[in-house]
Write a protein that binds this ligand. Structure first.
Ligand code: GLY
Length: 429
């Protein structure tokens, strides 16, 4: 019997998840809660308070939903999976204990230390004098991370003394991260090539579903404030089969083993932010969800059914699953509202969405209003381009960008450039 699926969340990642489900022959109906202006055109949006788990459970029971997929980290950290498990309802995502891999940087660091997973040297601290004395040990440059969830903003890279002093002011005087910085992870800076690897885990086994590179800074040339991500490409030329094999054996296997040993087998997406230091994969961070905008390039490149992989994961039957990929590259460009991530306008009418002629655009901060789609957030749309290689995927993605317009739109012009530079030196896709 075909299944009913609910996607929780409202960003571009959730539109991409909904798109995957809608195109799956095993899926009868897709709901998004709350969804956005794009999910509304392919699925049914439902208003629900994600912080109220009982409300979400009542919705799932009323609509007879077979599978719930959690998009963002907050409901996971707040225990939505634990609440569903108590009711015996099928949900895909880690429980709140496992979600600490993202919601507590120090929890994740300690798990990695326990299993000897390569990572930067780190210390836990919580006072300004701790930080100052640890700086003498670690030396600049170093990284200060708020332990808790800080909407992607709690990581401060201190290259020079001036940045270190500024970081102390932001954390201790301005209290910019609130409770999230009541504990800090102070880390030695490591240098190398960055990439992210994504896996689906069933508690004991896993399947890698792709690799990507995000562009976190707002402006071209990796300048300006940190954002949720301004664009991504997949696969990254760094991700050789040998590297993926090592990531599995040296990082994913021991992490799953650690969580199972703690009595909480890890089920859900696992996002591994990596740095290759002289070819050796070191973990920068774990996230317990798909990346956004990485999902917008990873999911369309899957030839296998995402629904089936997730279903198998919830059954604990991933071991025998096969994952097949399209032999293509994909690039997504985030079209944002000018001023994002600081101050930007909402409510701008978006034009051109009806003339996409099969081109792929995932919505993020959009909603429908009086028969129009208008902007409702900082990251508004994700234009996606495909190609037989990275250069043609970049070209095609920027062609899609040209088709949609709204007042004060902004996007980076250099998405994928680092991949191209890497290809120039290493000569591969
Ligand atoms: N794109 C970064 C993230 O999803 O955390």
């Amino acid at each position: 019997m075909k299944k009913k699926v609910l996607i929780l969340g409202s960003g571009g990642r959730e539109h991409a998840l909904a798109w995957s489900m809608v195109h799956d022959k095993a899926v009868e109906k897709v709901y998004c809660a709350p969804g956005n202006g794009g999910t509304e055109s392919i699925a049914e949006n439902i208003v629900v308070n994600l912080a109220n788990h009982q409300e979400v459970i009542r919705l799932v029971q009323a609509k007879k939903i077979d599978l719930t997929i959690v998009g963002p980290e907050n409901p996971l950290a707040n225990g939505i999976v634990d609440a569903f498990n108590k009711e015996n309802l099928r949900i895909f995502g880690p429980d709140s204990y496992c979600a600490q891999l993202e919601s507590s940087k120090l929890f994740a660091r300690d798990i990695m230390a326990e299993k000897r997973i390569k990572q930067p040297v780190y210390y836990s601290c919580n006072t300004i004098s701790d930080v100052e004395s640890l700086k003498e040990i670690l030396e600049l440059p170093l990284v200060i991370k708020a332990d808790g969830l800080a909407a992607g903003k709690g990581v401060l890279i201190c290259q020079k003394e001036k940045e270190f002093k500024e970081a102390l002011k932001v954390i201790f005087e301005e209290n910019a991260f609130g409770d999230a910085s009541s504990r800090l992870s102070l880390e030695r800076c490591i240098f190398g090539e960055e990439l992210s690897v994504f896996a689906i885990c069933d508690g004991f086994d896993y399947k890698i579903i792709g690799s990507a590179q995000d562009h976190k800074r707002a402006y071209d040339g990796d300048k300006g404030p940190n954002t949720g991500g301004m664009g991504a490409y997949a696969p990254t030329p760094l991700s050789t089969p040998e590297l993926m094999d090592r990531v599995g054996k040296e990082i994913i296997d021991p992490t799953l083993e650690a969580m199972a040993e703690k009595g909480h087998p890890y089920r859900g997406f696992l996002y591994i932010g990596l740095m290759l230091v002289e070819g050796e994969p070191h973990v920068i961070e774990f996230n317990v969800r798909m990346g956004d905008p990485e999902a917008q390039v990873i999911l369309p490149l899957l030839k296998s059914s995402l629904f089936q992989l997730i279903w198998d994961a919830t059954e604990g039957k991933l071991k025998s699953a096969k994952v097949e990929f399209k032999d293509e590259s994909a690039v997504t460009i985030v079209i944002a509202a000018e001023g994002y991530p600081i101050k930007y306008k909402k409510g701008r009418r978006i034009r051109g969405l009806d003339k996409l002629e099969g081109n792929m655009v995932f919505h993020a901060g959009t909603k429908s209003k009086d028969h129009d789609i208008v902007t409702s957030g900082g990251r508004v749309l994700n234009a996606v381009g495909f190609g037989s290689d990275l250069p043609s995927a970049i070209e095609n993605a920027y062609q899609v960008v040209k088709k949609v317009k709204f007042r004060d739109q902004y996007y980076r012009k250099d998405i994928g450039k680092r991949g191209l530079q890497y290809l120039k030196t290493k000569g591969k896709r």
